[in-house]
Ligand binder design. Structure first.
Ligand code: MG
Length: 117
């Protein structure tokens, strides 16, 4: 089973994402950007779902660090503030895809499957 790191500081959002993913993927959580970088460095992660707004280190910064070291690691940005500037910033930081919250379950699963191919 492929392993997805869900970087999400909000417990409810993480639980919802867990329900969506756990049937098809092994789900691991990071609670902020620093934790996300550390968990990717520990290895075995196939993809990251990255909340952009997190304490300590936000998702943009974590994405830059991860992509510098692991350019092939697929990263999907997630954010509640779906302004076009957020989208631009996410792609500039190196995110491969961008989904706005609340997440459309079907679209989320499709996007993950596409990037894991
Ligand atoms: Mg957040």
């Amino acid at each position: 089973m492929r392993r997805i790191l869900v970087a999400e500081d909000n417990d409810s959002n993480f639980i919802l994402m867990g329900y969506l993913l756990k049937k098809h993927y092994e789900v691991i959580r990071a609670i902020n950007g620093i934790d996300a970088v550390e968990k990717v460095e520990q290895g075995g992660i196939d993809m990251v779902l990255m909340d952009l707004k997190m304490p300590e280190m936000d998702g943009l910064q974590a994405t830059r660090i991860i992509k510098e070291k692991y350019p092939d690691m697929p990263i999907i940005a997630l954010t509640a503030n779906a302004f076009s500037s957020d989208r631009e910033q996410a792609f500039e930081a190196g995110c491969d895809e961008f989904l706005s919250k609340p997440v459309n379950s079907e679209l989320c699963l499709e996007t993950i499957a596409k990037l894991l191919k």
